[in-house]
Structure formats: structure tokens, C-alpha cells
Design a protein around this ligand. Sequence first.
Ligand code: ZN
Ligand code: ZN
Length: 337
Amino acid sequence: MKACVYREPFKVSFEEIPHPKISENEAMVKVIMAGICGSDLEIYRGKRSVKPPLVLGHEAVGVITDIGENVSGFNVGDTVVIEPNIYCGECYYCRKGRMNICERKIIYGVTRNGVFAEYVEVPSKFLWRIPENMSYEAAVLVEPLSVVLRAIRHLNILPSDNVLVLGGGSIGAMTALTLEYMNINVVITEIVSSRVKILKEIGIRKVVNTQDPSADEVIKNYFDGDKADYVIDTVGTSGTFAQLFKWVKPSGKAIVLGLTGHKAEVEVFPLVRGELSIEGSIIYVGDYYDSIRLMRRRDFADKIVKVITHRFRLEECAKAFEVADKGEGLKVVFQMQ
Ligand SMILES: [Zn+2]
Ligand SMILES: [Zn+2]
């Protein structure tokens, strides 16, 4: 079968690789659509060490073409999304219900071959059937939406709260759209002008270009002269951390989602005096259920799928990664058929 294989930094190629086999607890999934994520890009840029050759990708929707002997609850022909972090269920964190920080997690496209391939074998425990009327575009975003929902779950949010989202990539955009859907006053910042334009085009109401000299004034106005009760940092760099400390209100909380290898400075004075909380949020724990339930709502899904700005065939994977790496669009997807 064909797959998009990571060879070395800035090099992925469309190659023939052996067809996977399923074990008794797995199902074979023919991939229909798969999304390039920030973590795929970190690998592509050589910033996250993996063992090449490696098939990248962990966000996918597909159809079951074969099932193992012990698999129940799924049939050939079912459309499914993949939960790509295979936790062990036995380590300390798993036993504490914190499967997202499992010590022995097997991750598709990171520690094992991923979903940018024609077929992928998946333990049935990590498959979710999607409703018939859900589009592939909505389904392929169930994984990143689960990340967003977990981050929002960290907040104890009220309709009166102001939220600042730092970074207008696909996760930032989905976070802002979800909070808008909840009728929360949310402002999103982005530094790349082409992205600022897209964020506005897809209908996000309060988008601020941080290059704009009046950016601070604009943010302040959007918050009626106040600061943010919550800041969600989807980037995780020294630049966004500086923004985080500038805008989080004393007693406020910041959630950090951006997963980079960067170091960033923490300002001790406001942290202590303001009793600030800064929390990390990694992937999801049981959020797939809610993500699918939310995506079933047509009015919500119609807004969210607009984050898909580019589509490629798998054979164009080198081009797709170049486009995603430039960061001009939001979500880049592979459409397999
Ligand atoms: Zn992802
Ligand atoms: Zn574990």
C-alpha cells in the first residue's frame, strides 16, 4: 500500500510500504481523510525526535474493511474515527484515570506508523463510530476538537468571562469558534497576517493582529477595559508567554496547549501576587464522546469545518507538508478518495 513516510527533517515521501495486518483485537481501517497536526509539523521540522522511516499522522476518519476475531460492536463498512493515543491501562497514571499522560503510550505517527496511509490497523477499543450524517470534514476534526474540549474543561467558565486565545492555528481557531458557540466573549490573537485574514473570513468575530501597533488597545476595548479571566495559549513560546502575563487578570488562569520545545519566562511577581494558575492540557481523557456529540450539531460543525483550508491527495504529501509548514492556512488535510 501507499503511505506518506517521514525520512529526515523537511523530507516526507510517498512510498510503497507493506500492507498492515490485524490482530484479534484490531480492525483494519481504510483511511478516507486525515489531517496534518502541529505535532506532525514538529516532527517534520526535526524538533521532535522519532525513528524514521515513519508514517506520520494521527487524525483520521475511515471505513472498517476487516475485523479481528475478538472484536465486537463494530462491523465491516462502519465509518469510524481513530483515537490515536494507545494508553497502557496499567501504569500509575492510567490507574489514576489520567490516561492522557500514560507512561507507555503508543502514539500513531509518533512512536508507531500513523494514519497517512491507505490502511491502518487499530485496536477496536480506540475506534469511535460516527453518525451516518456526519461529514468526513467534521469527523476528521473530532480528534483536535477533543483537545479543545479538554482545554475548555480546565476552565470554570461563566457567561460573564473574558477569554483570550493566543495563536490562530487550527487549534486556536477551533477554540475561539467553540467559545463563541458558548456565547463567551473571546478574542483571538495571531501574528501572521495571512492567518489573521483567514480567521476573519471563517467568521471569528474578534481577531487581533499582534503586529498591529494598536493591538493592545483593540484587545482592551474588546474586554471593556478589563483583562482576561482566562488565557488559552495554543502556541507555547516565549512570545505568547509574555502575552499571557500581560493579559491574564489577577486571580485568573492560563491553559497552555501549545506543545513546543521552547523555553518561556514565567513572571513571578504577578504569578504570586495575583494567585495566577497556569495549567498544561494534553490531548484528552474521555473527550471523544463529547466531541462527537458536539460535531453532530450541524450549526456547530458547519462553523468548525471552515478551519480546513487546504486539501491534497496522499501522493502530494511533500507539497502538503510544505504548505502546512509555511503556516499560511489553518488545517491541511489529505483526501484519500
Ligand atoms: Zn492532532
Ligand atoms: Zn499507562
